[in-house]
Design a binder for this molecule. Structure first.
Ligand code: PGA
Length: 251
């Protein structure tokens, strides 16, 4: 019922040339075992590489999106990109509220809600990232933080919009430390329940796990009832490890 989704977040890595080569290698390596629309595959390159990567991926089953957008369509916002610019470059989605944006670049709950609505207004699939810090988890507030982020971003949104949630505990990102599959499953179940309370179609919303996903832990995470895919940083930079994770999603 929920098509599994495997996404690569390249962060500030890979040039346009690297990205095109990556798409060629990835499509060759998955050609023999990935058929139809399962799993759904997404790449989130830098803004500079987005158009080249989208062009290279055209006609394949790989979709391409931005890592961040500004909430306005256009304007005097030096250094920013907007949803219409992403769409015009061939992007079909965007990450929204990644923890690096929240922690390092001042993204607020309010700003994230506005970005998410701008993505939807321009037919970009938003991948809303939520997650608690280590201090928040250790003080027993993980679920409250995550559900608070969900409420701030989704409250009042019509049920029929298409969007994806990514649960990424901040302490697991880039640290080699993954949430145990049981802890991840528990949070995903809590997220799903909360989506229902927000009037969202909880049963059909895909909830991805992110944070040090690697070829050797992907299968166990993806096996959990409420984990519908993965958002991969470091291990998405190499076509071989990314395609191993895709194979795990076929499992
Ligand atoms: P990581 O990053 O896989 O390198 O931990 C995940 C992310 O930030 O989306």
């Amino acid at each position: 019922m929920r098509t599994p989704l495997v996404a690569g977040n390249w962060k500030m890595h890979l040039t346009a040339t690297d990205g095109v080569r990556f798409v060629e290698e990835l499509t060759a390596s998955i050609a023999s075992h990935v058929h139809g629309t399962h799993p759904e595959l997404w790449l989130f390159p830098t803004a500079l590489a987005l158009e080249s990567v989208a062009r290279a991926a055209a006609g394949s089953k790989i979709r391409v999106g931005a890592q961040n957008i500004h909430a306005a369509d256009s304007g005097a916002f030096t250094g920013e990109i907007s949803a219409p610019l992403v769409a015009a470059a061939g992007g079909r989605g965007t990450l929204v509220g990644h923890s690096e944006r929240r922690q390092l670049f001042g993204d607020t709950d309010e700003g994230i809600a506005a970005k998410l609505r701008s993505a939807l207004a321009h037919d970009l699939l938003p991948v809303l990232c939520v997650g608690e810090t280590l201090a928040e988890r250790e003080s027993g507030r993980a679920e409250a933080v995550v559900t608070g982020q969900l409420t701030a971003a989704l409250d009042g949104l019509p049920a029929e919009v298409e969007l994806v949630i990514a649960y990424e505990p901040v302490w697991a990102i880039g640290t080699g430390r993954t949430a145990s599959s049981a802890d991840a499953q528990a949070m995903h179940a809590a997220i799903r329940a909360h989506l229902g309370q927000l009037g969202q179609p909880a049963d059909t919303r895909r909830i991805l796990y992110g944070g040090s996903v690697k070829p050797d832990n992907a299968a166990e995470l993806l096996d959990q009832a409420d984990i519908d895919g993965v958002l991969v940083g470091g291990a998405s930079l190499d076509p071989a490890s990314f395609s191993a994770i895709i194979r795990a999603a076929l499992g």
